[in-house]
Design a binder for this molecule. Structure first.
Ligand code: ZN
Length: 262
């Protein structure tokens, strides 16, 4: 969802591109000082930093990808058996564990493809890759994502009997110094702009802000969108006819309160 048509009063004058005040909580969270609001323990943070090896870098060229280099000190390039076991257990290494490796498994995948499924084996093939294989795989591919980092860090903290969450805030990242401030923050509810006869396009990519002035008719709004090249998505725009068709369809099909979804 990126754009929506709103019906607002003709004299509605909220600035274009400014987040609507009703979508932004004016009360601030009191962040936990110990974890800087992350909710993570100090041990978690240390391992997270070592996963990427922030501040300790030794860049070498990637032998599997031309023109690419990698930080060879980073833990993510030096996984051991226990890290690999944690990733396998969390089903994070499909390239090794969900490919058919014998006749029986190949038949299962062939049947799955015939039935319209994907080419992954529906269960682990029994193979456990070596750390070297996984470390090479990550250099050949896009590498480990944030979920893999989380799985390895969490498993290592568990093995070492250490905590994942910050002791002070129990992982919430919050440390309220006033019950009143907490109540105000938690009880705050968002609210829509006023409803009226005018037509205006809003972006909902962030919390929500107007993208156009307010027009008395949908036709005038569509003409403005065409002339000003208002973005439908990213850099793409549309003709006034296309805008009209999208917004009219939305008007009929998807009206919710004062908002009409495109
Ligand atoms: Zn904390």
């Amino acid at each position: 969802m990126g754009r929506e048509l709103k019906r607002v009063p003709m004299d509605f004058r909220w600035p274009i591109d400014k987040l609507w005040c009703g979508y932004v909580n004016p009360h601030k969270v009191h962040e936990c000082q110990l974890c800087a609001g992350t909710g993570h323990s100090e041990d978690y943070q240390k391992l997270h930093d070592s996963w990427y090896s922030f501040g300790k870098e030794e860049w070498v060229s990637n032998p599997f990808r031309d023109g690419c280099s990698y930080n060879r000190l980073a833990w993510c390039h030096n996984l051991d058996e226990k890290d690999v076991a944690a990733l396998v257990k969390s089903n994070r290494l499909f390239d090794f564990t969900r490919v058919p490796i014998n006749k029986e498994q190949k038949n299962i995948v062939e049947q799955k493809l015939k039935d319209g499924g994907n080419s992954w084996l529906p269960f682990n093939n029994g193979y456990i890759p070596t750390p070297q294989e996984v470390n090479e795989w990550s250099l050949k591919s896009m590498g480990h994502d944030a979920i893999n980092a989380w799985v390895c860090i969490k498993a290592r903290l568990k093995r070492e009997g250490k905590k994942t969450a910050c002791e002070n805030c129990k992982g919430t990242g919050e440390d309220w110094q006033s019950k009143k401030a907490k109540d105000l923050y938690k009880r705050w509810k968002s609210y829509d702009p006023p409803i009226g006869d005018g037509y205006q396009i809003w972006t909902t990519t962030s919390e929500g802000s107007p993208m156009t002035p307010v027009f008395p008719t949908l036709e005038e709004l569509c003409l403005y969108c065409e002339e000003e090249g208002v973005s439908v998505f990213g850099h793409s725009t549309a003709t006034k006819e296309k805008w009209f068709s999208m917004l009219s369809d939305g008007f009929v099909m998807h009206q919710e309160g004062s908002a009409i979804f495109i």
